[in-house]
Design a protein around this ligand. Structure first.
Ligand code: ADP
Ligand code: MG
Length: 243
């Protein structure tokens, strides 16, 4: 289980996260929706301590990391327990697809090269890109590159995979293949937190939907609760834009 307790984060004296509480059960998919600038990316980045909150506690696998007393090792531990899929894939251009997926396994997880390659190949098979393993990122479409980034995250077998708008940099015709892969992983009960503006996808995939606005969670519930019977005016208004 992942839990966040009273997370506060400011940039330049402006409070961006105003006390976020959230629990994500193991094996479930949580989707965060909300307007641009509401703090969704900042929240994801606080979960893996890419950003350090001023106040609050992140709990991963029963270990609590309190913002007030974080040690260097805590950052390493949290990074190891999580994987991040970015909007712009974040692949190494000068490394092959196989190297891109295996590098974390050998460098961070200290697996032998042989073992790292075996796990990486398995992950590439899962996203349907095993045949591209010896190519370079520039030889792949954006959708394929993002599937490689997803394979890289999967290969690490983290406690949770964090996705920040994984399809928003893609041409519309490439969005579907990436959503399909994410859906398949979700169906296998990988713990995931996804920020997305793809509402139909959110509805299909989300065990829990969280609507954020202005640094706060306005409303959360099942996909049915949020998309069919939202209770808060702000949620209704936001969703109306997608109808
Ligand atoms: P969202 O992902 O919901 O669009 P963000 O978390 O990216 O929102 O940003 C929320 C607010 O925090 C925005 O006003 C943004 O400008 C600000 N912000 C985010 N990161 C930084 C940063 N590193 N330095 C200063 N301001 C930031
Ligand atoms: Mg964002």
């Amino acid at each position: 289980m992942i839990s966040l307790k009273n997370i506060h984060k400011s940039f330049n004296d402006k409070e961006i996260l105003k006390g976020i509480d959230l629990t994500v059960q193991d094996g479930t998919t949580t989707v965060i929706i909300g307007p641009s600038g509401s703090g969704k990316s900042t929240l994801l980045r606080c979960i893996n301590l890419l950003e350090t909150p001023e106040i609050g506690e992140v709990t991963i696998n029963q270990v609590g990391y309190n913002a007030k007393h974080l040690k260097k090792k805590d950052y390493l531990d949290v990074r190891q327990a999580t994987a991040f899929v970015f909007q712009n894939y974040g692949l190494f251009e000068n490394k092959t697809i196989l190297e891109n997926v295996s590098i974390g396994l050998s460098v961070v997880q200290k697996k032998t090269k042989q073992e790292a390659h075996r796990i990486a190949q398995e992950a590439l098979e899962k996203v349907g890109l095993y045949d591209k393993k010896d190519q370079y990122p520039r030889q792949l479409s954006g959708g394929q590159q993002q599937r490689v980034a997803i394979a890289r995250a999967l290969a690490l077998h983290p406690q949770v995979i964090l996705f920040d708008e994984p399809t928003s940099a893609l041409d519309p015709e490439l969005v579907g293949e990436v959503l399909k892969v994410i859906k398949e992983i979700s169906d296998e009960h990988t713990t995931m937190i996804i920020v997305t503006h793809e509402m139909e996808f959110a509805n299909q995939i989300g065990d829990q939907i969280v609507f954020m606005e202005d640094g706060q969670i306005v409303e959360e519930g099942s996909a049915k609760d949020i998309f069919e019977t939202p209770k808060k005016e702000r949620t209704k208004k936001f969703l109306a834009r997608y109808r």
